[in-house]
Design a protein around this ligand. Structure first.
Ligand code: PGA
Length: 254
């Protein structure tokens, strides 16, 4: 076991995205997580904003409740139709928020300026931030992964957040929901770049960097073995409690 692995308790985060449809289905997902072994592993679950209050208090103790998005225009209350602020999320029991997911970047044109605002408001409300970065298939094929990530990580130069409240998730866009993944060696190289870049902006080399994109109970053990992969952000497989629990087990037993 490497030094880094000992220092960083890994994270396994389930991003439910716009799932499931009904409150009953939310309750059965939560029921499927009962009996979770949380020793040596942080676990987080990010339900849709609508389902946050349903999830808070029902999840097994110790699982962090995460939001999937936060308002960029205001951190508190006010005339912002359709938005949900960092203060509201915190008051409803969320302790983290995902920022910069590639689906938000693609469908809502979120750029570094918007993301910096979101991170700033999250920090003010004492929410932790899971900052997602990742390159498109085209950028990957053209060997531009590093330059894309450096551009995305520029957002860190403008933010004032307690380093212990920051997780970075490397999610290649082409790996999300496709069943494709980079090799563990490729992920390790990228994670080293992310850590080195975060250090330039005043964050610690120990900033946890998670991998996300088609993580399954089959490939999780390989990711879990790497000292440079400090956890995973899981989409589809987090909607299958048995798979999600196996993924957690892979990180617990490493
Ligand atoms: P996936 O999604 O695990 O379904 O590929 C990951 C993500 O988008 O966070």
């Amino acid at each position: 076991m490497s030094q880094q692995k000992q220092k960083n308790t890994p994270w396994v985060v389930g991003n439910w995205k716009q799932n499931p449809k009904t409150p009953d289905e939310v309750c059965s997902l939560i029921g499927g997580l009962s009996g979770l072994e949380l020793k040596n592993c942080h676990v987080g679950v990010a339900p849709s904003t609508l389902h946050l209050p349903l999830v808070v208090g029902r999840l097994p103790a110790g699982i962090a409740v995460m939001a999937q998005d936060v308002c960029a225009t205001s951190g508190d209350v006010g005339a912002y139709t359709g938005d949900v602020s960092a203060a509201q999320l915190a008051a409803c029991g969320a302790s983290w928020v995902i920022v910069g997911h590639s689906e938000r970047r693609a469908y809502y044109n979120e750029d570094n300026a918007v993301l910096a605002q979101k991170i700033a408001y999250a920090a003010l409300a004492n929410l932790g931030v899971v900052l997602c970065v990742g390159e498109s298939r085209e950028a990957y094929d053209m060997g531009k992964t590093q330059s894309v990530l450096k551009q995305q990580l520029l957002v860190l130069q403008d933010v004032d957040i307690d380093p212990k409240n920051l997780l970075i998730a490397y999610e290649p866009v082409w790996a999300i929901g496709t069943g494709l993944t980079p090799t563990v060696a490729e992920v390790e190289t990228v994670h080293q770049l992310i850590k080195a870049t975060a250090t330039q902006y005043g964050f610690s080399e120990d900033t946890p960097v998670l991998y996300g994109g088609s993580v399954s109970d089959k490939n999780a053990p390989d990711f879990a073995k790497s000292p440079n992969i400090n956890g995973v952000l899981v989409g589809g497989a987090s909607l299958k409690p048995d798979s999600f629990k196996k993924i957690i087990d892979s990180f617990v037993s490493n």
